[in-house]
Ligand binder design. Structure first.
Ligand code: UDP
Length: 498
């Protein structure tokens, strides 16, 4: 790439974060094609090189995006022994800061100007490197604005309580400006135990968030109007000014990672199967890039689906083995040669043949949700999945599994009202019984009943998403213009080149 004006993006090492950053880079280029986008890739603690084909495909299709890989931390590095895979990621990123500094210096020396560094959630420590090099640093928050409101308010919440949120449980309701009333048990998983290293880490991170030059969020005003209003009015961080908020969504990926990553080869089968189904008749079950269930839970889902009598398309993965904890699995690398017969109840596949279709490991979710045969979505509430459902106008059943997904469930069910809740057994195990699966799937798909309201609300949100993306006047288009103006008008660190 020649010496050009540049923006540097620095995602944390997980495929979902990388895809979101690539889409953000592409979006910025739609408004300012003359910019060059540099995506710096930290070493991956667990996802090996699953991203290589995806990166090659993006480089080929979008030459204005250049990728730079950083070397791994020294072999002698000692990593924390935490039950949270996030700690491994944060520590890897901390150890990588010197490499990031060198790479930024190199990009600065080769560019006419470097306007900004955009990092995500786990990369807060990069603020120091950006400040040292006098490059304005922005936070690309990959969940919703309501969740951002929660994290901005987190240091205040921490100060207001002495017990862990996990111990406060469902009966203590947290009041957060811009967010729905939140039972303490539903905070993002990493914040349940205040004595945990990962909790302390996020407390330190969020205390530094006022240092960001701005927050970029993949959402749109009409979806989360309360949160947008509260953050913009500075209500979430009462003591300090809040940096500007830029809502630029819904920004939806093209599913290219999987297509380029190779694997199942069943995308066409699954879409062809949908072609043979009646309009809006199929419920789609898919649980993000990391969602896995135990054998017992898989069987329970199967029984519930069968009894519901509804048509379904279900993405099934290998249950986790002892070492393959949730969060350490890498579905992009897995060869989906799992034996469905061994996992599902005897005769399930034969009995549901024609009205049900099971996909191993991965489905082309964006295309599936956009297919006219799909009328409902059972989701783990990952933010990308939520936005993809909104864009396609498909109502949801919310079944959160990890990260901030319980928070998202409260938002989707109680506030936006575009999802029904899957209710887990009341013993803290998270287990969902077959009867509950059967009930919720029926409620979602049947013409009359609770599904009716969420279907209607979803149509409103789908239309609002279209309005937000309308050229020139849409709120997210205006947000993008404001963002790019802000990025390129910032004080610029240049190399001294003419
Ligand atoms: N996805 C997909 N097929 C699958 C499972 C997931 O295409 O079988 C995509 C999905 O469309 C979404 C992303 O993977 O874009 C998952 O992101 P999300 O934020 O929903 O959840 P996460 O994986 O980060 O928990």
């Amino acid at each position: 790439m020649d010496a050009e004006e540049a923006i540097v993006l620095y995602p944390s090492p997980a495929i979902g974060h990388l895809i979101s950053m690539v889409e953000l880079g592409r979006l910025i280029l739609t408004h300012r094609p003359s910019l060059s986008i540099h995506i710096v890739l930290p070493p991956a603690p667990y996802q090996a090189d699953a991203t290589a084909p995806y990166i090659a495909a993006v480089s080929a299709s979008t030459p204005s995006i250049a990728f730079h890989r950083l070397p791994p931390p020294p072999a002698t590095a000692v990593f924390p022994n935490s039950p949270h895979h996030e700690m491994l990621m944060i520590e890897t990123l901390r150890l990588t800061l010197p490499h990031l500094r060198r790479k930024l210096q190199q990009i600065v020396s080769q560019s006419a100007a470097v306007h900004a560094l955009i990092v995500d959630f786990f990369n807060t420590a990069a603020l120091s490197v950006a400040a040292e090099l006098e490059i304005p640093c922005y936070n690309f928050f990959t969940s919703g604005a309501s969740c951002l409101a929660f994290f901005l308010h987190f240091p205040t919440l921490h100060g207001a309580h002495t017990e862990s949120f996990g111990d406060l449980g469902r009966t203590t309701i947290l009041e957060i400006p811009g967010a729905p009333k939140l039972p303490a048990s539903e905070v993002p998983k990493i914040l349940l135990d205040r004595n945990d290293d990962v909790y302390r880490c996020f407390l330190e991170f969020t205390m530094r968030w006022p240092e960001f030059a701005g927050f970029i969020v993949n959402t749109f005003d009409a979806l989360e109007s309360e949160a947008v209003r509260a953050i913009s009015a500075g209500l979430c961080v009462p003591e300090l000014p809040t940096s500007p908020l830029y809502c630029i969504g819904p920004l939806i990926g093209d599913g290219g990672a999987r297509k380029e990553g190779g694997g199942a080869g069943s995308d066409a089968d699954c879409l062809a199967w949908l072609d043979s189904q009646p309009k809006q008749s199929v419920v789609f079950l898919s649980f993000g890039s990391l969602g896995v269930f135990s054998r017992e839970q898989l069987r329970e889902i199967a029984i519930g689906l069968e009894r519901s009598g509804q048509r379904f398309l279900w993405v099934v993965r290998d249950p986790p083995s002892g070492e393959d904890k949730l969060g350490n699995s890498d579905v992009l690398l897995k060869d989906p040669e799992l034996s469905l017969e061994g996992l599902l109840p005897d005769g399930f596949l034969e009995r549901t043949e024609g009205r049900g279709h099971v996909v191993k490991s991965w489905a082309p979710q964006v295309e599936v949700l956009g297919h006219e045969s799909v009328g409902g979505f059972v989701t783990h509430c990952g933010w990308n999945s939520v936005l993809e459902a909104v864009r396609a106008g498909v109502p949801m059943v919310a079944w959160p599994l990890y990260a901030e997904q319980k928070f998202n469930r409260v938002l989707l069910v109680e506030e936006i009202r575009i999802a029904l809740s899957m209710v887990e057994r009341n013993d803290g195990s998270g287990f969902v019984e077959a009867a509950e699966v059967e009930r919720r799937v029926k409620e979602l798909m049947e013409i009359e009943g609770p599904g009716e309201l969420v279907r209607r609300r979803m149509v409103e949100m789908k239309n609002a998403a279209e309005d937000a993306l309308r050229n020139d006047s849409g709120s997210s288009r205006v947000g993008l213009v404001r963002l790019v103006d802000s990025l390129t008008c910032q004080r610029v660190r240049d190399s001294g080149k003419p």
